[in-house]
Write a protein that binds this ligand. Structure first.
Ligand code: NDP
Length: 336
């Protein structure tokens, strides 16, 4: 197993406190410092999570010689500048999704990581789920024949402690599409092993979102290989279940309770032989993300989702925003 990394947190965030700090430590990593825009909040956060120090200066954090890698989990409009500074300082970067608010910025981030010779990953946690990995393997080995359709059920309820910038701040990259559809994009690409080419969508607004931000979306995306995938994402449904299905000529894969941050869910294969559960070995999604990242830093393999994966998922999300705005089918930027 690769060596645990010495981490700097860029952002005193909820996702770091609820999932990522634990995942870093579970992999033998050390959380050395945290960057916050607010001195008192940063110090309180460091104290609460036993982090060595807090700073408000990005340069201090990324240039610290006792840090190997940074994890960026600030609001989305800040990711680009922070990643550029970290890459320029030679720090490996695990960055939250969406990478940025537009494709030019996201592409520039991947280019900067490459130019500086650092590992860059996007924290698309759902690729790490045993459910999605089992579905990908089943499709790749032909168990459902030619895939025809996929359906993603990812309508959830945004818990009260997260009802902030996601529903109030367009400038921070709020809205359900950049928050949740971007994960659907990555999971569809991963499970199908295919690239999306165009999308249609309609949004709902005003149930929870303000400032014109969408809080629900339904859409259909067409893949290069011909698959049509339907997705339903929301912040506003308290009682819906999640799921991910792929229907092929020879069988259907039905994943339930799997569009989640938890290591849970199940997948059944329905075909001419009946219904059979796929064997799954669940693993903490975020621990696997950190493990593959630090392996990549050690020169072993690639992260679960690379920077390029982050660009491609953003391309589908941005095309979804435009499709809903225009009422037209929108092409998804190729070579994203
Ligand atoms: P938070 O709102 O918890 O944190 C974002 C920023 O808000 C922080 O960097 C912090 O700024 C500021 N902040 C946090 N708490 C407070 C507070 N009490 N008062 C004032 N400001 C505060 O966001 P999330 O953790 O939900 O999301 C952060 C990023 O992670 C986003 O890019 C999001 O898309 C992504 N994410 C990814 C998930 C995944 O599973 N891959 C899941 C959830 C989020 P400062 O650092 O300056 O103190």
């Amino acid at each position: 197993m690769s060596r645990g990394l010495r981490w700097g947190l860029i952002g005193a965030s909820t996702i770091a406190s609820e999932h990522m700090i634990g995942a870093m430590r579970a992999n033998g990593g050390e959380v050395v410092a945290v960057l916050s825009s607010d001195k008192a909040r940063g110090e309180a956060y460091a104290g609460k999570h036993n982090i060595g120090r807090a700073t408000t200066a990005l340069a201090d954090l990324v240039e610290s010689s006792d840090i190997d890698a940074v994890y960026i989990s600030t609001t989305n409009e800040l990711h680009r500048e922070q990643l550029m500074a970290a890459a320029a300082a030679g720090r490996h970067v695990l960055c939250e999704k969406p990478l940025a608010l537009n494709l030019a910025d996201a592409r520039a981030m991947v280019a900067a990581a490459s130019a500086n010779g650092v590992v860059m990953a996007t924290n698309h946690h759902l690729r790490n789920a045993a459910t999605h990995r089992a579905m990908r393997a089943a499709i790749a080995s032909g168990r459902i024949g030619r895939p025809l359709f996929a359906r993603v059920f990812h309508a959830v309820y945004l818990p009260p402690h997260l009802q902030g910038w996601r529903i109030t701040a367009p400038g921070a990259g709020g809205g359900v599409i950049l928050d949740i559809t971007v994960h659907d994009a990555d999971t569809l690409r991963f499970v199908l092993g295919d690239e999306p080419v165009s999308v249609c969508a309609m949004t709902m607004k005003g149930v929870m979102g303000v400032a014109g931000l969408e809080d629900g979306v339904m859409g259909v995306v067409r893949f290069q290989g011909g698959v049509l995938a339907q997705f339903h994402d929301a912040f506003t449904t308290r009682y819906a279940t999640t799921g991910f299905e792929v229907h092929g000529e020879e069988g259907s894969l039905i994943g339930t309770d799997c569009m989640t941050q938890q290591a849970k869910g199940e997948v059944v294969l329905r075909n001419a032989s009946g219904v059979a559960a796929l064997p799954l070995t669940h693993e903490n999604l975020y621990q696997r993300s950190v493990r593959l990242f630090q392996d990549a830093v050690a020169g072993e393999g690639t992260p679960a989702a690379t920077g390029t994966d982050g660009v491609r998922s953003l391309a589908m999300a941005l095309a979804t925003v435009e499709a809903a705005r225009s009422g037209h089918e929108v092409a998804i930027a190729p070579e994203a």
